[in-house]
Design a protein around this ligand. Sequence first.
Ligand SMILES: Nc1ncnc2c1ncn2[C@@H]1O[C@H](COP(=O)(O)OP(=O)(O)OP(=O)(O)O)[C@@H](O)[C@H]1O
Ligand SMILES: [Mg+2]
Length: 376
Amino acid sequence: MTDSSATTESATTQPAQQPTDASAKPGRKEPRHNLFSTMLDAMTDGVMVVDDKLRVVVTNRALRETLLLPPGSHGQPLLKVLQEPRLHEAFQKVLGGAGPCNVEFVHRGLQTRVEDVLVVPLPDHVDYGHRALGVFRDVTERRELDRMLMDFIANASHELRTPTTAILGYAETLAEAPPTDPETLHRFHQTIHRHAQRLSVLLGQLLDLTRLDANTYRMQLEALDLKPVLQAAVEQQQEIAQDSGLSVHLSVPGNLPTVWADRGAVEIIIGNLLQNAIKYTPPGGGRVEVKARADGPARVRISVIDSGIGIATEDQARVFERFYRVDRGRSRQMGGVGLGLSIVKTLVDHLGGKLELSSAVGKGSTFSVVLPRAVV
Ligand SMILES: Nc1ncnc2c1ncn2[C@@H]1O[C@H](COP(=O)(O)OP(=O)(O)OP(=O)(O)O)[C@@H](O)[C@H]1O
Ligand SMILES: [Mg+2]
């Protein structure tokens, strides 16, 4: 919303504070002032000038709009305009002769913004005296990205630590005091193997995500016939499904149009959705279905349907986040780290497709991937 009084202030300086130009002819001051304020208002960084009584005397449009400064703030004490003690302290120091200084503060207005401010002294002016200039940079997004990266590293390290510790522990026992009983020995080997496998899957997933993030995942787009790809994916999981007493069914019409996609990406997408469908369906009697059909004139829809534990509404958006698991303990027990669906989501986005989920607790889930048809 534009406040009319704030707009009037876009002249950026108060009349009493306008810079004067001794060489300018009478009547020529206005254009120079306009140039100055237009330049300040065109800047994307925020600008503020504070005088030696710590009053705000200049602000530009970017600053007023980002921090929603109250109208009529020129001439007001800085602490009244922005209740940010750290910013106040920085201006105070610089005006006190401390030299340039940097300060970062979190401004909690209608939106929370993180501002990085460089405060520098201005040359003394014969009329306006001692003043300091603050240049405000909005670093909200950069800080959010930093936070996400730190979270990602913390989660990844945590997940890597569990299997690494287990492998080290069992290997040390085998080297120092190997059990004599063949059954225990076999169990040790199996445990090491299981954790090594988990490490290998996790590293593979992290590598996929890194490649996708860095845009170095090479997509080989082609007119892809889905039937053999889906058949192979189902066959690959059939054995695991049978071990849990589940059956996997595939239904693809003979005249299914080809999609414009990368074969490897589709294999990863369907593989992950199928693994989940099997993993999160209690053993015995359940049924998993993979269906594909044309969806309007330009798209093809592939659905992976299970009759498993389902996902509560409040978790449905979150399951696509990295490392998110509805039931951490259960998923970990099944060898999951919570990366599968985030990889699926990123790949579907890269293919220009859509990913949909409908689910009910205790009834089952349907994950659908909608891909663009190949133009023939
Ligand atoms: N078909 C499903 N039915 C019920 N819950 C599911 C299903 N698919 C995923 N989930 C839930 O979403 C979470 C995230 O799934 P995701 O595939 O990303 O991770 P994961 O299966 O735990 O581990 P992995 O990284 O090995 O795939 C799972 O932990 C599970 O709680
Ligand atoms: Mg998974």
